[in-house]
Design a protein around this ligand. Structure first.
Ligand code: NDP
Ligand code: MG
Length: 379
């Protein structure tokens, strides 16, 4: 029987690659729902090709060629929570991923999770609910997919080793970083991704977010999660078992592989790229420790993760606003970290009880960050 899947964020980098994977998988899946933000042209071509039963768009629903098109947050929740789904791929960017993820979980629907903010903002709540409703949270991000593929006996794992390509500034001087424009920041050496995550990959904030996600997904202490720079992005991450054995997952850098594994789990099906992996073609793999002085966002994110409670929410919201301000030309690359730090330092860590509290704090922090950025000189 065909498995039904909905994609929240179908027009983005992950969403479009997921549809390429699904197209190849042919009659194994039915595309049940598609939700997008504003790219109605692309959404219309996806509707024509995949004939979903439900469609949601955040802006300009009148431009979408579909009867009864849904819109806004309610529309996304409608699709995500629909029990017709066997699995929902959460490929939306930013905080919009959290509520539909919880809605799907509470209806017993498995999640293929790409959206980072879901676990960064509410990892304790989301994992608790996933356990309660007995649903799988299947990681799409290449690092977490790698760990997921390596782990057989979770209680015997002593360390997670998360690799980072190092982004476009790995071998650049502070001067180059300070004088880089948006184009240089967005020029990631290994991965073609959405703009927000690409900026986070340049500051290494992305790796900090990934450590927080890994802490929740695999229930590991922060002391037992190591970040290692690996520019070739061939080893996607590794685990160490308590007997000293290290298991890593390798492959060419392609998101098709982890996306496919998340949606076909536990089955392994033939992939999009049939070319076989070759160690001799790669020839060399490098590893080094991250430079926390050059990439202070990584240090800040790890500190926020360890602090827990409200701290990751504050860090995430301040960072997202700072990154959008950079992408909109309001601040320079070197203003991102000081902005996040200044906002982050203004908050003490508090306990978090529910999703409403998280969104209230998230809104407040975004407002404060925007206020700070409106007088750019303060930063
Ligand atoms: P993109 O920016 O490329 O895509 C984001 C998607 O979300 C688009 O389909 C966009 O629609 C949609 N969207 C944005 N706002 C809304 C909204 N309010 N309502 C409905 N849909 C909305 O991002 P990526 O695909 O790169 O990343 C998606 C998530 O996955 C992020 O959280 C990212 O951190 C994570 N991730 C991405 C990886 C990658 O390789 N790209 C790897 C690992 C994780 P539209 O374009 O129509 O406006
Ligand atoms: Mg990643």
């Amino acid at each position: 029987m065909k498995r039904k899947i909905s994609i929240i964020g179908s027009t983005g980098s992950i969403g479009t690659q997921a549809l390429e994977v699904l197209e190849r998988l042919g009659d194994k899946f039915e595309i049940y729902g598609l939700a997008a933000g504003s790219n109605t042209d692309l959404l219309n071509s996806q509707i024509k090709k995949f004939k979903p039963k439900k469609v949601c768009v955040s802006k300009n629903p009148e431009k979408v060629d579909f009867n009864c098109v849904l819109s806004g947050e309610e529309g996304i929740l409608d699709i995500a929570a629909d029990r017709e789904n066997d699995i929902v791929l959460m490929a939306v960017s930013g905080r919009f991923g959290l509520k539909p993820t919880l809605a799907a979980i509470r209806n017993g629907i498995d999640i293929a999770l790409a959206n980072k903010e879901t676990l960064v903002m509410a990892g304790d709540i989301v994992m608790r609910e996933a356990k309660k409703y007995d649903v799988n949270i299947l990681p799409v991000d290449s690092e977490h997919s790698a760990i997921h593929q390596c782990i057989k006996n979770p209680s015997d794992v002593s360390k997670l080793i998360i690799t980072a390509s190092g982004g476009p500034f790995l071998n650049k001087s502070s001067y180059d970083m300070e004088h880089s424009d948006i184009k240089q920041v967005l020029n990631h050496p290994r991965w073609k991704m959405g703009k927000k995550i690409t900026v986070d990959s340049a500051t290494l904030m992305n790796k900090g977010l990934e450590v927080i996600e890994a802490h929740h997904l695999f229930n590991m202490d922060y002391d037992d999660i190591e970040v290692v720079i690996h520019p070739q992005s061939v080893v996607h991450s590794a685990i160490e078992y308590k007997d000293g054995s290290v298991i890593a997952q390798l492959g060419v850098p392609s998101m098709h592989i982890p996306i496919q594994y998340a949606i076909t789990y536990p089955e392994r099906l033939e992939g999009i790229k049939s070319k076989s992996f070759s160690f001799s073609e790669i020839a060399r793999l490098d590893f080094s420790k991250p430079d926390f002085d050059k990439f202070p966002c990584l240090r800040l994110a790890l500190g926020a993760g360890r602090a827990g409670g409200t701290s990751p929410v504050v860090m995430n919201a301040a960072n997202e606003e700072a990154v959008y301000a950079f992408l909109n030309g309001v601040i320079g690359y070197n203003d991102i970290y000081p902005t996040v730090e200044k906002i982050y330092d203004g908050y003490e860590t508090q306990k978090l009880n529910d999703i409403d509290e998280i969104f209230e704090l998230d809104n407040e922090v975004r407002l404060k960050t925007k206020e700070l950025l409106s007088g750019v000189g303060i930063v």
